[in-house]
Design a protein around this ligand. Structure first.
Ligand SMILES: CC(C)(COP(=O)(O)OP(=O)(O)OC[C@H]1O[C@@H](n2cnc3c(N)ncnc32)[C@H](O)[C@@H]1OP(=O)(O)O)[C@@H](O)C(=O)NCCC(=O)NCCS
Length: 193
């Protein structure tokens, strides 16, 4: 018998008003490129999602993010949603030096939630590629795509404890609109840690 323990995780709903957005230049680091959405990239998005989220705080809250099968199911489900927005969905690819094998290393998806509103989701950069501006470039590319579609307000949710992500979103102009508490069931052994 597994004992479950309910735990409340603090999350922020952050928003950005795209009507007042000063479109910044998107700077993609040398050796990287951004790749637009194509249906053939579902598994690539899923794999980068898995590499980015495994072992991170969000994979405890959303266990599917910590498993490759879970990420594949999630990505297929996102792509099939009515509101799925290819214009706000990007991959980052490391192209490296001549002779090195390109690899996908960053992902972001967008969903329309209302006529003029959208959410961006599952922003992830694989550990080795972090702190080089890839996360920033992915978010700006997504916001630019949403801006072109006439989206006025963009929201996202982030775990309060995820300080690097919260700081990045604030730097890009997102502001906390609400604080939410998500109930998470932890197995007894995990809860005791
Ligand atoms: C959150 C996350 C997506 C950020 O991705 P990233 O590629 O590291 O983001 P960036 O490189 O654009 O920015 C990160 C930091 O590097 C800095 N940076 C950007 N370019 C840089 C460069 N060329 N040289 C040095 N630092 C740089 C940024 O200013 C930022 O600094 P800060 O930590 O002081 O705010 C990544 O940490 C991640 O995937 N985390 C795990 C998954 C996750 O939790 N996702 C968020 C879900 S809501």
């Amino acid at each position: 018998m597994r004992f479950m323990n309910l735990h409340y995780v603090k999350r922020y709903r952050m928003e950005l008003d795209l009507r007042r957005w000063q479109r910044p230049r998107i700077e993609v680091p040398v050796d990287y490129r951004l790749v637009t959405w194509h249906p053939s990239l579902v598994l690539a998005h899923a794999e980068v999602k898995y590499l980015s989220f495994r072992g991170e705080i969000d994979s405890q809250i959303f266990p599917c993010l910590g498993e490759i099968e879970g990420c594949e199911e999630l990505m297929s489900e996102i792509e099939a949603r009515d509101g799925f927005l290819p214009e706000g969905t990007w991959l980052a690819e490391y192209i490296g030096m001549e002779g090195s094998t390109p690899e996908y290393c960053g992902t972001i998806q967008a969903i329309r939630t209302h006529k003029s509103r959208a959410s961006i989701q599952n922003i992830g950069v694989a550990p080795y590629h972090r702190d080089r501006g890839i996360g920033t470039a992915l978010i700006l590319a997504s916001l630019l795509g949403l801006h072109h579609l006439g989206i006025r307000r963009v929201c996202l949710e982030v775990t309060a404890e995820n300080e690097a992500a919260v700081r990045l979103y604030r730097e890009l102009g997102f502001r906390t609109a609400r604080t939410l508490y998500k109930a998470v069931e932890l197995a007894h052994s995990e809860a005791a840690r």
